[in-house]
Write a protein that binds this ligand. Sequence first.
Ligand SMILES: Nc1ncnc2c1ncn2[C@@H]1O[C@H](COP(=O)(O)OP(=O)(O)O)[C@@H](O)[C@H]1O
Ligand SMILES: [Mg+2]
Length: 280
Amino acid sequence: MKKLVSGKVRDVYEVSDGELVIVTTDRISAFDVILPKPVEGKGKVLNAISLFWFDFTGDIVPNHILSADPGDMPEVFRKPEFEGRTVLVKRLEILPFEFIVRGYMFGNMWRAYSRNEEFCGHRIKDGYALAEKLDVPILTPSTKAHTGHDEYISFGDVGDAVGTERANGLKETCLKLYDACYRYAYGKGIIIADTKFEFGLDRDGNLFLADEIFTPDSSRFWSLAEYRTGVSPKSYDKQLVRDWLLNNQSDGGMRFGSVPDDILKKTAEIYGECLKKITG
Ligand SMILES: Nc1ncnc2c1ncn2[C@@H]1O[C@H](COP(=O)(O)OP(=O)(O)O)[C@@H](O)[C@H]1O
Ligand SMILES: [Mg+2]
């Protein structure tokens, strides 16, 4: 089977003109670098979380999932190594943007806000503390760069590229998705502080939600029980790995190959805990 893309986490195979198989591996990336050692089971967790949300949001927007049943996939994927981490999807032309929705003042937006800068065309009112909930969630798109880092853009830039009507529809969809899933997750003790979507078009120009949704890799999940404004919340993702890398640098920079096994093991547990909380 022809491998089209080997992303940081997923491998994408071409099944036909209209279909792809996406395999979510146990690879983990931090600061856009793939670590040499995997996080056992992470791919299955991400796949299960994403499938849960695709099902949950099916009424809001159609998505790319065709099947998660190995029986529907080419023979080569009916092996134990692919089990629970493989989906058959509609092959789409992915729009070159990351549609990021933020409900909380954090991350790059916080950094820009602290410098009194606009963020993605938003001029945000004064007075927010770190990690504070925004009055209303906002869309802060970025380009999906093929090389180098993604660049933040304004909603107007998306409109220039895809047309105002489609851009407005996308924005409405993103905010609806965030609202519905935020409320569900909140009830399960998780705050979805922000999240990222990718959309794509089929040959007839129909729009579908693609990639992964509301996973700890594509979102910031915080523990509701521990959340407080003004401090950096505990998050259900790669925070442990990121912190280790930042705190254990050498002259050569971050030591991606030296992340200790217990950090990776703890990370696997955090991912597993996240799946349990969301899907029960
Ligand atoms: N339905 C789809 N059709 C075509 N490409 C897709 C579809 N869903 C996801 N993709 C692409 O597959 C890749 C998934 O691999 P991933 O490891 O997440 O890559 P990345 O390193 O870019 O995050 C991404 O490039 C994503 O845009
Ligand atoms: Mg990705």
